[in-house]
Design a protein around this ligand. Structure first.
Ligand SMILES: [Zn+2]
Length: 266
């Protein structure tokens, strides 16, 4: 039968966060994520400068251990500006952020969730690997078919509604619990206890992979890139990632992995 694929370490569940706009309140949020051993992606519009905004010189230190992703240089709605503007918004954001990260910045969150088919083409041409919308799936069972239109599970305001279904699931089904928002909302709404509560429920679980958005995107794409034998008993891994799977159907007792370049029979 077709193997059931798992996240790294043979884990069936994954948790990730995506927070936008790069304000000073991200410092407190990062401290909370770090204390709980959680991983997040921070989407930054690098051209904006206002008192609440983190300074570029701070990005590398504040976001260490997490992903920095692009969010359009000046937060332009990319479906309502000139194509050339959209190209520059994405490209200049990448250029600025890569000075902080020292590695390619290829994640993206659509400013105000605004996009179109044309915008997706622009992002792909600019080397973006995934882009987050502001739509919500309300179930961690959702895995994006197209990573250029990646919906979250929930904004943080409603995340607790969907956590129990995620935590209680015992079957080896790939699940991604994906929370998005803005850290300034916790400051504005005076509800930092909400994110503390969400994090403490999700943290420290043996069945869960804690990952940034780009790590998840690349891992799922690696699964989809495996070359399977016609008979369902062989796999070749042409990617640069080790991929985990269960060879024996629905039992959690035959967890295996296939290394980059390896062919396995089972
Ligand atoms: Zn934004």
């Amino acid at each position: 039968m077709t193997p059931l694929y798992l996240f790294p370490g043979g884990k069936p569940k994954c948790v990730t966060f995506s927070y936008d706009d790069g304000t000073v309140h991200d410092k407190r949020l990062v401290e909370i994520f770090n204390r709980h051993g959680l991983k997040a992606t921070f989407n930054i519009n690098s051209g904006m400068d206002y008192p609440e905004k983190l300074k570029k010189e701070e990005f590398a230190e504040v976001y260490a251990g997490h992903e920095i992703a692009a969010h359009a240089e000046f937060h332009a709605g990319l479906d309502r500006c000139a194509t050339t503007d959209a190209i520059r918004e994405v490209w200049n954001d990448r250029l600025a952020l890569e000075k902080s990260t020292g590695c390619p910045v290829t994640g993206f969150a659509y400013p105000c969730g605004q996009y179109s088919d044309e915008v997706i083409k622009i992002l792909k041409a600019a080397g973006i690997e995934y882009a987050r919308t502001v739509k919500e799936q309300h179930s961690a069972r959702y895995i994006p078919g197209d990573f250029m239109q990646w919906d979250a599970t929930s904004h943080h305001r409603d995340a607790l509604k969907y956590i129990d279904a995620f935590l209680d699931e015992k079957r080896p089904l790939l699940q991604i619990f994906y929370v998005w928002g803005h850290s300034y909302e916790f400051n504005r709404d005076n509800n930092w206890d909400l994110i503390e509560n969400i994090c403490s429920k999700l943290a420290g679980r043996d069945d869960t992979w804690y990952a940034t958005n780009i790590e998840i995107c690349r891992y799922i794409k690696a699964i989809r890139s495996l070359v399977a034998g016609a008979g369902g008993k062989m796999l070749y891994n042409p990617t640069a990632q080790t991929v985990w799977f269960m060879a024996g159907g629905w039992e959690f007792n035959d967890i295996r992995c296939i290394k980059p370049g390896e062919t396995v029979s089972f």
